[in-house]
Design a protein around this ligand. Structure first.
Ligand SMILES: Cc1ncc(COP(=O)(O)O)c(C=O)c1O
Length: 462
């Protein structure tokens, strides 16, 4: 009875949150042509929009205009919303107007490319420390200008502080930046970012947190009570924060942006450009080449305000509850191997991955979508080293898999929940997985044409 009442309270609270999101009750087609209400458990890739975001876009549209040098009333309003959003972004991440710049980009990948470009010009140090649990967007951008070294991940699925310290000590004076994710996009593990910042600063280096998976779930503080724990650079993206329309941010200290040349040179980035002479604009405009995406900025601003009104603590509490409910449910299914923060006491966002004995991960994702209307993601989730390690695949084995199209690619299925997902949806997922495990041969045959290459791409023979 107590469990029933708790579930009913949760579901009432939950309905209010669900009401804030666009498209949650939309019907989608199944393989057999029937339409049912879709379930989205792929929120770590992209979240649906807040209703408030669409309303704000519509309300702002009559005032939308050119920005930059336009002096008309509408231009001024458009310019104002851009500047106001920079301030609101800083209040969201605990930054300060007189200390930080907020640069608008199109996604987190671009933010990290920009940071790589800026660090390349502003430091002689040539090594970047990233971890073995990074999304490739926090790895590949560094390889162009720097040598990349990898910090180990410990048994708990977090960046190993011990290994970070050993690397910082061994490479003292050479580390241009430590760049780690706030939370894993595969297991949901939250990293000890403030401890990592303190260690990094102790060895005279700076730290960037890729907060793409962190800020939708957790409060972040760029400025800490203990300044040694401050975050020097931060990036995150609107499309994982209920704000589509293509705006993300890179935030850093004013001094860190002062010297570098723009990455995208062109309109907005200069004070004056003659044939023989260019004077760059000040930051942040210097790094926002071309016409700004005003509507994307309106969307991000509104999503941040909506999240602040909701209170991230409320969201977190609900997501923790639904996450442990999901774990309990999935643990009852035979033959599932779960990958998440190993112990429930470890900090974790609402993301987990799993493998099912005897069925390919791409088949599972297709079956869930085609038979049950449940959207998930399967493969490596752009975190190749992380999944390789979780599946205990040696480099030699990965080479064999890459070179032999006859070997089905390994990988995992990922479930990523948001505060608008319901306990009933989790029940449906568990029911679907139960059914899949009990009819593996039937489904494997039915979905045998599903491509089994890396991340669901056809193998070269398909
Ligand atoms: C941890 C992490 N970092 C970076 C990215 C890249 O973000 P974007 O798609 O906005 O470039 C992702 C996307 O999934 C991610 O999960």
């Amino acid at each position: 009875m107590r469990q029933f009442l708790a579930k009913r309270t949760q579901s009432r609270q939950q309905n209010k949150l669900r009401d804030l999101i666009v498209g949650v009750d939309e019907k989608i087609p199944l393989e057999d042509g029937r339409f049912i209400k879709g379930i989205n458990f792929d929120n770590a890739a992209t979240t649906p929009p807040f209703k408030s975001v669409l309303t704000a876009i519509e309300q702002f549209a009559p005032w939308y205009s050119s920005v930059g040098r336009g002096k008309g009333y509408k231009s001024t309003r458009s310019a104002e919303i851009i500047e106001r959003t920079r301030i609101n972004v800083l209040s969201f991440v605990g930054g300060k107007e007189n200390q930080h710049e907020v640069v608008f980009t199109k996604n987190c990948t671009e933010s990290i490319h920009l940071l790589s470009h800026i660090r390349h010009q502003t430091t002689d140090k040539r090594i970047i420390l990233v971890s073995e649990m990074e999304h490739i967007s926090n790895d590949l951008p560094w390889r162009t200008h720097f040598e990349v070294e990898y910090i180990a991940v410990n048994e708990d699925g977090q960046v190993s502080l011990q290994n970070l310290q050993a690397k910082l000590a061994a490479l003292q004076g050479q580390v241009a930046l430590v760049s780690i994710t706030g939370a894993s996009n595969v297991t949901g593990s939250i990293n000890p970012i403030y401890e990592a910042a303190e260690l990094t600063h102790r060895y005279g280096a700076k730290i960037h947190i890729d907060a793409a998976q962190f800020v939708p779930h957790e409060t972040i503080e760029m400025i800490r009570l203990n300044p040694a724990e401050n975050i020097d650079f931060l990036s995150f993206t609107g499309h994982k924060l209920y704000a589509p329309f293509g705006t993300a941010v890179l935030i850093g200290g004013k001094d860190d942006f002062r010297e570098a040349e723009p990455m995208l040179k062109g309109g907005g980035t200069v004070q004056i450009a003659l044939k023989s002479f260019v004077q760059w604009n000040v930051a942040p405009e210097r790094f926002e080449g071309g016409t700004p995406n005003v509507m994307g900025i309106v969307a991000l601003n509104t999503a941040i305000r909506t999240l602040q009104q909701l209170n991230l603590e409320t969201i977190k509490e609900y997501e923790q509850q639904i996450m442990s409910y999901t774990l309990d449910k999935l643990r009852t299914i035979d033959g599932l191997r779960l990958f998440h923060a190993l112990d429930d006491n470890l900090p974790q966002v609402s993301v987990l991955s799993f493998a099912m004995n005897g069925l390919h991960h791409q088949d599972i994702a297709h079956i869930l979508a085609g038979e049950f209307g449940i959207s998930v993601r399967a493969g490596f989730f752009c975190a190749y080293s992380c999944v390789q390690k979780l599946l205990q695949l040696s480099d030699e084995r990965m080479d064999q898999i890459r070179n032999d199209p006859g070997i089905p690619s390994p990988g995992l299925v990922r479930i990523s929940l948001s505060f608008y997902n319901t306990f009933a949806e989790v029940d449906q997922l568990a029911g679907a997985l139960q059914q899949i495990t009990s009819r593996k041969e039937y489904y494997a045959k039915k979905y045998e044409d599903v491509p089994k290459g890396i991340c669901g791409r056809p193998r070269t023979d398909e």
